[in-house]
Design a protein around this ligand. Structure first.
Ligand code: C5P
Length: 203
């Protein structure tokens, strides 16, 4: 069984997916973390983030560890996870995610993982696991998402909202909900409320 949970930036996908996966007793995978890892390694190497030929050679040691409590990304024996949510990575990741070669690399990592699992991202239900029997798509207004993210970032809410809106715009191509996804507006719901909505739907 595969459950896909897609949605816009900072819509709560990771926390919701982790909660759903733990309730089901299966792993979850965050595809965004892999795009973030490519971006971080590209930035650290001084590579052109729009050049797949400069990025692909950096990825041979990259591995996603799909723990139910929170995914980790490793580059050989170096844990990259703590550095993947910086403002710098946020600013470059959409450029990397627009590259078909990088999308193919991420998709191959994800499809190699054994089911059952909960897969979280933008195109899990449309592109990576189109035959998944259970699909969800999370939304919330830019202001609500910025307010939530402001608890994790040093910037103020208008700056975060502007950056999120810009990332949504850059991610439009891969972010359409699957036609058979249930769309959930997380704005009026608590985290547990979103998790329960999904679990009720799965029962
Ligand atoms: O989900 P998260 O916000 O961490 O994703 C970071 C970025 O990775 C997105 O803004 C998007 O550019 C890219 N992404 C993607 N497709 C996915 C998951 C993430 O293009 N399935």
């Amino acid at each position: 069984m595969i459950v896909t949970i897609d949605g816009v930036a900072a819509s709560g996908k990771s926390s919701v997916s982790s909660g759903v996966a733990q309730a089901l007793g299966v792993p979850y995978v965050s595809s965004g973390l892999l795009y973030r890892a490519v971006t971080l390694l590209g930035l650290e190497a001084g590579a052109d983030l729009a050049d797949p030929a400069a990025l692909l050679p950096l990825l041979s040691g990259v591995r996603l560890e799909p723990l139910a409590s929170g995914n980790r990304v490793w580059n050989d024996d170096h844990d990259l996870t703590a550095d993947l949510h910086s403002t710098r990575v946020d600013g470059g990741v959409s450029t990397v995610a627009a590259l078909p070669e990088i999308r193919e690399w991420v998709d191959a990592q994800l499809r190699a993982l054994p089911a059952p699992l909960v897969a979280e991202g933008r195109d899990m239900g449309t592109n990576v696991f189109p035959h998944a029997p259970h699909k969800f798509y999370l939304t919330a207004s830019p202001r609500v998402r910025a307010e939530r993210r402001a608890r994790e970032r040093p910037e103020d809410i208008p700056a975060i909202e502007a950056a999120l809106t810009e990332r949504d715009r850059q991610d439009t191509t891969q972010s359409a909900p699957a036609p058979d996804a249930r769309i959930i507006d997380t704005g009026p719901l608590t985290l547990q409320g979103v998790i329960d909505t999904i679990l009720n739907d799965l029962r």
